[in-house]
Design a protein around this ligand. Structure first.
Ligand code: SF4
Ligand code: SF4
Length: 109
């Protein structure tokens, strides 16, 4: 059971995320960094240029050139998921993404 402080932080984040949801598409591209090969095929097709190599040198995928997606910029067009040779990218309903604490940081103000 999370502490009251943690629950308060989670509730505040969820409120902010729901407010932003009005501007978000129905689905977002979720990239599995554990299986991405860094081939760049998705980077080339993204119309809003929101896919890039991991920029954090401390991240385990940095040296391998693994890609990551800037979720608040994604417009949900699916092009990246269609071209990825390894089925690394899955289109997920925005509601589900916003409910996941894993992606909370991406939507912080
Ligand atoms: S769904 Fe479209 S906008 Fe979103 S990351 Fe993929 S190519 Fe870019
Ligand atoms: S196309 Fe797939 S394997 Fe290639 S960089 Fe993009 S997500 Fe990774």
């Amino acid at each position: 059971m999370a502490s009251p402080e943690t629950e308060a932080i989670r509730a505040a984040w969820f409120e902010r995320a729901m407010a932003k949801k009005k501007k978000l598409p129905k689905q977002l591209a979720i990239l599995d960094e554990d299986i991405c090969t860094g081939c760049d095929a998705c980077v080339a097709v993204c119309p809003v240029d929101c896919i890039d190599k991991i920029a954090d040198p401390a991240h385990p995928g940095y040296a391998m050139g693994i890609c990551t997606i800037d979720l608040p910029v994604c417009i949900g067009c699916k092009l990246c998921a269609q071209v990825c040779p390894w089925d690394v990218i899955t289109m997920v309903p925005t509601d589900q993404v916003l409910m996941s604490s894993k992606f909370a940081e991406a939507f912080q103000a």
